[in-house]
Design a binder for this molecule. Structure first.
Ligand SMILES: Nc1ncnc2c1ncn2[C@@H]1O[C@H](COP(=O)(O)OP(=O)(O)OP(=O)(O)O)[C@@H](O)[C@H]1O
Ligand SMILES: [Mg+2]
Length: 229
């Protein structure tokens, strides 16, 4: 840069390196997310006629179009939390928005594994990747069997995302009292999280084959319904 240019003497990553860095970040997020088995969990494959899911479906769908602030989904086993969270992640992938979908205990394991002396990934790099990812989806908050170290790491991630109002989706089937009160307090701040959605639906896994068949037909997936039953 010529003398007098505002960028004179400023270190700037060259464009080809920047693109490579972005690509590596994207690949690392894809590897950490492991969304392949959940690729079919989309809004189209979710039966929104199931009693108790309408509000969650509408809010999750709306959020996926323009993720802002935090979205919190509570509910019992099998009510569709992971499905909706994965649908948001899949939508983001389709739009090429960098997203990390992770089950909380797995996330903490990944962080721990990069902490060891033989780790190929630098710990700080991974921690920052998780902390700053444009869309973070944390499935099953509250199920982690925390050590004080893991508890602090999780808190640091959530506090950072709270301070910078970074888009974050949280699901949990736990009693809120099982969640770190420091994180819970941030989840209850209406400035960042308009509302916490409690899904009242029953366990979809317990539906009979016939009920599932009709569920699939209701969402217009009759070809799949026929081949799978
Ligand atoms: N409304 C729905 N329409 C279609 N499939 C559904 C619906 N609700 C749940 N399912 C399916 O039922 C299974 C269980 O749902 P999901 O994994 O989302 O439950 P969950 O709320 O995350 O439960 P857990 O707390 O046990 O993790 C998944 O295969 C999911 O695709
Ligand atoms: Mg789940």
């Amino acid at each position: 840069m010529p003398y007098g240019d505002p960028n004179f003497g400023v270190l700037i990553t060259c464009r080809c390196k920047q693109a490579e860095k972005e690509r590596r970040r994207y690949e690392e997020l894809e590897r950490l997310s492991n969304l392949a088995p959940l690729r079919d969990k989309t809004f189209a494959t979710f039966d929104r006629t199931v009693p108790g899911v309408q509000r969650a479906f509408a809010r999750a769908y709306e959020y996926a179009q323009n993720p802002q602030g935090w979205l919190v989904l509570f509910g019992g086993y099998g009510c569709g939390k992971t499905h909706l969270a994965a649908a948001i992640a899949n939508e983001a992938l389709d739009r090429h928005t960098p997203v990390l979908f992770t089950v909380v205990p797995d996330l903490l394991d990944h962080l721990r594994s990069t902490f060891g002396p033989n780790s190929e990934t630098a710990y700080d790099e991974r921690f920052e990747l998780v902390r700053d990812v444009p869309l973070l989806i944390l499935d099953d908050l509250g199920t982690e069997n925390t050590t004080p170290w893991a508890r602090e790491k999780l808190y640091q991630i959530m506090n950072h995302r709270y301070n910078y109002a970074l888009p974050t989706v949280i699901t949990s089937n736990r009693d809120p009292k099982d969640i770190d009160p420091r994180i819970l307090s941030r989840m209850y701040d209406t400035a960042i999280c308009r509302e916490r959605i409690i899904i009242e639906a029953g366990d979809y896994r317990r539906l009979s084959l016939e009920q599932r068949y009709h569920s699939r037909r209701r969402r217009g997936d009759s070809s799949r319904a026929r081949t799978q039953e």
